[in-house]
Write a protein that binds this ligand. Structure first.
Ligand code: MTE
Ligand code: MO
Length: 402
């Protein structure tokens, strides 16, 4: 069993697959509205067994960086990365969200292929490490190579490829087939405003095994799939990562495309994620108590990719009239360079004719980001065979306490 060495996990995680291990942040944790998700409650999305042994031993770990085509790799140990005389430390509060988050809502339209996720394939942490741009500088990648490049077009664009140490078979980590890999544009890796870091600490603790110890490349604002755990290699290249997960997965087709007609090469890899939100309280199908003034209290999260903050969160009981939620966010938070989620609370007035014990109540939320992108009304309109990017209005049904 290649998974027998996997780490111990918190029993409260909502397990969606045991091998490889995939589990949601529990709804009870999301309902607590802690800005930073405790490490043991942070959702886990693994495609392969968690790597073990010397390759991930903090004392023996080596990161290989290939600064350009036909160039020799530069090797850095964890001690090199943590040497504060060499690299300034950097902390970033950022979401990791799987592109498949809320896939279960798409299943309610028609069955899609992929792991079941309710609303908990998302969590927020404070990541500490060193700026990727500083490390690229250090190994000799010209500072302006990605950003100021006058080259245009997909073919001329440079990419930063990342490879993980996880392999289909334990002990065969040198196997280059089937390893986990991803890439982002080099311009983002070098852009000080994108805040990409090589992280070795999560919420003040050493990075846990499930989240990529000892070193992970954390790419804020994009699909979780690009934040490569157990980082083995960084490669500056003229093409994207050729890994399965960059090329033939994590792309969203229209809702009439089938597995027979899907042409993965026709679409870009998901990077910056669209605006999304969900209700964390009350929980679906629960009994709710109305406030003395006839309202239902709601809580949840909202998030958008690309650093876009949240402008507004709206809640409704009928999809026609809306009440603005109160946004809870750190003071002075930027709306153009925000990587963490925005938590919200709302007091939604219940229409008089529905204020009866035993009545079913539909609760709806939609968020609007700082560029006024808004969640689409229907799930069907974003439905796709792979069940990714599900960001239709989030709806739950509850019953008024008899
Ligand atoms: N990195 C490696 N090496 N292997 C993986 O399986 N999964 C990716 C990404 N990085 C993965 C990986 C996906 S699809 C997601 S959504 C995030 O990690 C999940 O991060 P988490 O487990 O820390 O929540
Ligand atoms: Mo993912």
């Amino acid at each position: 069993d290649p998974y027998q060495m996997d780490p111990k996990r918190d029993p409260e995680l909502l397990v969606q697959a045991a091998k490889p291990f995939n589990a949601e942040c529990p709804l009870s944790q999301l309902a607590k509205q802690e800005y930073l998700t405790p490490n043991e409650k942070f959702f886990v999305r693994n495609h392969l067994p968690v790597p073990t042994g010397d390759i991930v031993d903090p004392k023996k770990y080596v990161l290989e960086i290939i600064p350009g085509e036909d160039q020799e790799p530069v090797k850095l140990t964890l001690a090199d990365l943590q040497d504060e005389k060499r690299f300034k430390r950097k902390k970033v509060s950022a979401i990791v969200q799987c592109s498949g988050n809320r896939r279960e809502d798409q299943n309610s339209v028609a069955q899609v292929e992929g792991l079941t996720w309710y609303t908990g394939a998302i969590s927020n942490a404070e990541w500490e490490g060193v700026a990727l741009k500083d490390v690229l500088d250090y190994v000799g990648v010209p500072r302006d190579l990605g950003i100021n490049s006058e080259l245009e077009g997909e073919d001329e664009q440079l990419h930063l490829q990342m490879e993980g140490l996880d392999r289909p078979k334990v002990g065969e980590w040198r196997d280059t087939k089937g390893f986990y890999g991803a890439s982002i544009p080099l311009a983002w890796a070098q852009d000080p405003r994108r805040d990409v870091i090589l992280t070795f600490k999560m919420n003040g603790e050493p990075l846990p095994a499930d989240h990529g110890a000892p070193v992970r490349c954390l790419v804020p604002g994009v699909a979780g799939a690009r934040s490569v755990k157990w980082l083995n290699k960084l490669i500056v290249a003229s093409e994207e990562s050729q890994s399965h997960w960059q090329q033939n997965d994590y792309k969203a087709f229209n809702n009439s495309t089938t597995w027979e007609t899907a042409d993965f090469s026709s679409l870009p890899a998901i990077q910056d994620m669209p605006v999304n939100s969900a209700i964390s309280w009350p929980s679906p199908k629960s009994l709710v108590q109305l406030t003395p003034d006839g309202c239902v209290e709601m809580k949840g999260w909202a998030w958008s990719g690309g650093g876009r903050g949240i402008a507004r969160v709206d809640v409704s009981a009928d999809g026609h009239t809306w009440t603005e939620a109160e946004l809870k966010r750190p003071e002075g938070q930027s709306l153009t360079r925000t990587w963490a989620w925005t938590l919200w609370t709302a007091k939604l007035p219940v229409p008089a004719d529905l204020q009866k014990p035993g009545k079913a109540l539909n609760l709806i939320v939609k968020a609007v980001d700082a560029q006024y992108n808004v969640q689409p009304e229907s799930i069907e309109s974003v439905w796709n065979i792979r069940g990714v990017l599900c960001n239709g209005w989030h709806r739950i049904q509850v019953t008024i306490q008899p």
